[in-house]
Design a protein around this ligand. Structure first.
Ligand SMILES: [Zn+2]
Length: 390
C-alpha cells in the first residue's frame, strides 16, 4: 500500500499515512467525544470531550504503529528487506520486500504483532489503575487498554490477511512442508471469516445498529477480498512456475539506433508495427530504452528534430536473462513499475518482455485450462512482489 503522506523514518523504516487514515481518526475521535467519554466521565465541557477523543484516536494509531514496528523490526532482524509502514483506515500495514523463506520465520514475524498489542493493553491497564478512578485520564487509558486487547485478539483470528492467518499458514507449512497448501488453507479460512463478518454486520444493521453493522460488514468485505487476492496471486505465480522467460518474450524485437528520430519511432514502430517500446542499441551495446510514454512528454513539433537518445531512459537498465522463470521478471516489473524489460544474454539483446506478453500468456493458459507444472525454485518464491502484512 502506497502512503499519501510521509511522516518520517523510525529505525530506518519509512512511516506514512494513507489518505483513508484521516476518516478513521475523525470517526473514532467523534464516537469517543459524543459517546464514550461523556458516558464514563460526565460533567465536562464539549471541548474537553473532543480533545480527549482526538488524543485517544491518535494514541490508538501510535499503538497500531508499535504493532507494525514489531513486525518490521523482527522481520529485519531475520534478514528481510523492510520497505515501509503505512497507516490506513483499518489499522496499519508493513510492506516487506519478500515472503518468509521458512515456516519458523513466518511464525515469528506474524506472532510479534499481536504480542505487542497485548503487551500494550497490559501496560495501559496498569497505568489506568495507577490513576485516580473516574478521572478523564483513567478513562483515556482504560479505552486504550481495551482497544489494544481487541486489536491483539482480533489479529489472532486464524485467517489471512490477519496475523493469525499468517500463524496458521506457518503451522500448516511446518506440518506439511508445503507452503502453497498452507497459503490456500489460510486464505480460505480468511475468506470464511470475512463472510462471517459480512453476515453478522448485516444482521446488526437489520436489528437497528446501522453504523456498527455497516462498519463490521465493511471490514468483512475488506478481509474477504484481501484473502481472495492472496489466493489469486498464488495461482498466478503457480502458472508461471517452471516457465522460462525465453518461451514468452518477443525473441526478435526491433532494435533502434540512438539517432532514430522520435517522429519515425512513433509513426513507423509504434503506429505501424504496434510496438510500445524499443531497446536502443549502438555498436551492439544496449544504451537505453525508449517508450511511448517518453515521447508523450515531448511537444509534437519537436518529434522530427529530436533523436530517441535524447528522451530514452539511458543504460544501466533493469534487464533479465532469458533463462530465468517468468515469475522473476513479473516480480521485477511489479517492484519497479516497469512495463518492458530488455532480455540480455552475454551483453546482447536477445528479446523484449512486455506486460502484454505476460497477459497473453495468462489468457491463453486459462483458455486452454493448462495445469501448472514443476515446483518453484527458491529464487522464485523469494522474488515474489512486495507483500503486505497487517
Ligand atoms: Zn499485525
Amino acid at each position: 500500500m502506497q502512503s499519501s503522506i510521509r511522516l518520517g523514518r523510525i529505525a530506518g523504516i519509512d512511516i506514512g499515512l494513507h489518505y483513508t487514515w484521516i476518516f478513521a481518526v475523525v470517526l473514532i475521535a467523534w464516537s469517543l467525544a459524543v459517546g464514550y467519554f461523556p458516558d464514563v466521565v460526565p460533567g465536562l465541557g464539549v471541548g474537553t470531550y473532543w480533545a480527549l477523543g482526538i488524543i485517544a484516536a491518535l494514541m490508538l494509531f501510535v499503538s497500531v504503529l508499535l504493532h507494525e514496528l514489531g513486525h518490521s523490526l523482527v522481520a529485519r532482524s531475520l534478514g528481510f528487506k523492510v520497505d515501509s509502514i503505512t497507516l490506513f483506515i483499518f489499522g496499519g500495514v508493513s510492506n516487506l520486500g519478500s515472503e518468509a523463506p521458512s515456516a519458523r520465520d513466518e511464525f515469528l514475524v506474524a506472532i510479534v504483532g499481536p504480542v505487542c498489542s497485548l503487551a500494550l493493553a497490559g501496560l495501559f491497564w496498569l497505568v489506568c489503575h495507577a490513576l485516580p478512578s473516574a478521572s478523564a485520564s483513567a478513562a483515556l487509558f482504560a479505552y486504550l487498554a481495551f482497544v489494544n486487547l481487541l486489536l491483539g485478539v482480533f489479529n489472532l483470528v486464524p485467517g489471512l490477511p490477519l496475523d493469525g492467518g499468517r500463524v496458521l499458514r506457518s503451522l500448516v507449512w511446518g506440518a506439511t512442508g508445503d507452503p502453497r497448501r498452507a497459503t490456500v488453507v489460510a486464505a480460505y479460512a480468511g475468506q470464511a471469516f470475512g463472510w462471517l463478518l459480512i453476515i453478522s454486520g448485516f444482521a446488526r444493521l437489520l436489528s437497528g445498529d446501522f453504523f456498527g453493522g455497516l462498519w463490521t460488514a465493511f471490514i468483512g468485505w475488506f478481509m474477504n477480498s484481501a484473502a481472495e487476492s492472496t489466493r489469486h496471486d498464488l495461482v498466478q505465480r503457480e502458472a508461471f512456475q517452471g516457465v522460462k522467460l525465453a518461451t514468452i518474450m518477443d525473441p526478435s524485437p526491433i532494435l533502434a539506433a540512438s539517432d532514430l528520430s522520435v517522429h519515425n519511432f512513433i509513426f513507423d514502430d509504434v503506429l505501424q508495427r504496434g510496438y510500445r517500446a524499443l531497446p536502443i542499441v549502438d555498436n551492439g551495446q544496449l544504451v537505453g530504452i525508449v517508450t511511448v510514454a517518453d515521447a508523450k512528454k515531448l511537444p509534437r513539433d519537436a518529434w522530427p528534430t529530436t533523436t530517441v537518445a535524447t528522451i530514452m531512459t539511458p543504460a544501466p537498465l533493469r534487464t533479465v536473462s532469458p533463462d530465468v522463470d517468468v515469475s522473476v521478471a513479473v516480480a521485477l516489473m511489479a517492484e519497479s513499475g516497469l512495463h518492458q524489460l530488455p532480455v540480455i544474454r552475454n551483453g546482447n539483446v536477445v528479446g523484449l518482455l512486455s506486460r502484454g506478453d505476460i497477459m497473453r500468456f495468462l489468457q491463453l493458459r486459462q483458455e486452454l485450462h493448462l495445469p501448472s507444472r514443476g515446483t518453484p525454485p527458491a529464487a522464485t518464491a523469494k522474488a515474489a512482489a512486495t507483500i503486505v502484512r497487517f
